[in-house]
Design a protein around this ligand. Structure first.
Ligand SMILES: Cc1cc2nc3c(=O)[nH]c(=O)nc-3n(C[C@H](O)[C@H](O)[C@H](O)COP(=O)(O)OP(=O)(O)OC[C@H]3O[C@@H](n4cnc5c(N)ncnc54)[C@H](O)[C@@H]3O)c2cc1C
Length: 344
């Protein structure tokens, strides 16, 4: 909690590769060096799950989770409005009013806000809290089959769990330095997940029978600021760097196993941190909504009880930006609801 994780890793492990594999959980979506305490927080959040650090894939994909949440919410009498942008939030001693772009207005005693704290500040016309920029590029792919590896290991073994590419400790630190000086790192550190090996049901039976697989790639140390000047050009350079980095280890280059759409286009999509800001409202592409913090409340957070409170007594953070938020845990929404109930 108090010493940089880089220092702990260097003291504990000798091997550069082992050091790097340990460090990566501290760098997901987090643009810092191993010696910045922010990496410690990111590391903790990635190892806290299920009490053992075990990562899971929702059966049926994230869509199945959303469908179930929707079913339960509707059964409980919740009204859901989609494609409805909130443009104004006012509050006074008695409660809150919310105005939408289409001119509707809603009033209530309390508001549970499940967007980023920076978004809330913008809507309220307040100063935005400071935030580290997001630093990951994401590539989603559909493959006609898994590629063979130069190492000759069975692809089904290699792509189960997390597949690390160019993520030794020295490669991660050098990638950080290179991105910090404004360049896309060569030997770009990547990690990949093949969700269909864990849960084939996320594909249609037809694609499953044909042996298709999904592959999602997470490129580290590609901060939003790299893309600011020329977003499209930098995105294609970052895509090229990611593919080159991956292909170093593949016998079948990844392009040769990409599925094709009916129009002949290859089934690959690339998202930079700027895309994540434009398309799903993540400020500067920060996947956690705000800089992660330790989950316990110390003296600096004396006003927090549930971690969802804001400066306004009627507005609560119910999403990833709450203290103890930052991922798909459901904790922030639960805590915001508990904070409201505690005020009854
Ligand atoms: C590439 C990537 C990989 C990730 N991997 C993982 C992982 O493996 N495990 C994990 O636990 N987490 C992961 N995360 C983080 C996880 O996705 C988030 O923590 C989670 O989605 C946050 O949920 P949320 O409901 O708080 O916010 P969001 O899912 O961000 O939803 C907020 C919603 O608010 C909407 N909104 C914003 N402004 C307005 C407005 N003015 N009016 C109306 N609506 C608005 C947005 O459009 C959005 O739909 C990842 C994130 C990314 C981007």
């Amino acid at each position: 909690m108090e010493r940089p994780i880089g220092e702990v890793i260097r003291n504990r492990f000798k091997d550069d590769l082992v050091r790097g594999v340990v460090l990566t959980d501290g760098l997901i979506g987090t643009f810092v060096s191993a010696d910045d305490l922010q990496a410690n927080r990111c590391f903790l959040y990635h190892l806290i799950g299920n009490g053992t650090g075990q990562w899971r894939v929702p059966e049926g994909g994230m869509g199945a989770l959303v469908t179930e949440l929707k079913r339960v919410a509707l059964a409980a009498g919740v009204e859901i409005l989609i494609d409805t942008r909130v443009v104004k939030i006012d509050s006074d001693r008695s409660g809150v009013s919310v105005a939408t772009l289409s001119g509707e207005k809603f009033t209530a005693r309390d508001l549970l806000f499940a967007g980023a704290p920076q978004t809330l500040a913008t809507i309220r016309g307040e100063a935005k809290p400071e935030l580290l920029e997001g630093s990951q590029m994401k590539i989603n792919m559909l493959l006609s089959h898994l590629p063979r590896l130069k190492s000759a290991i069975d692809p089904k073994l290699a792509f189960a769990g997390t597949f690390h590419v160019n993520e030794s400790y020295s490669q991660l630190e050098s990638a950080y330095r290179s991105a910090k000086s404004g360049n896309i790192p060569s030997d770009l550190p990547l990690e990949m997940y093949c969700h269909t090996l864990t849960d084939p049901t996320i594909l249609s039976p037809e694609l499953r029978d044909k042996g298709y697989q999904t592959l999602t790639l997470f490129g580290l140390h590609t901060p939003a600021s790299l893309f600011d000047k020329s977003p499209d050009e930098m995105k294609s350079s970052a895509k090229k760097a990611a593919i080159e980095s991956l292909n170093q280890y593949l016998l079948d280059p990844i392009e040769s196993v990409l599925a094709q759409g009916q129009d002949g286009a290859l089934a690959i999509e690339v998202k930079s941190p700027l895309d994540l800001e434009n398309e799903i409202g993540l400020p500067r592409g920060n996947i956690f909504h705000r800089d992660l913090d330790f989950p316990f409340i110390d003296s600096s957070g004396a006003d927090l009880i549930w971690g969802s409170e804001t400066a306004d007594p009627h507005i609560y953070l119910a999403g990833a930006g709450a203290r103890r938020g930052g991922g798909v845990s459901g904790i922030a929404g639960h805590n915001a609801a508990m904070a409201v109930l505690a005020n009854d």
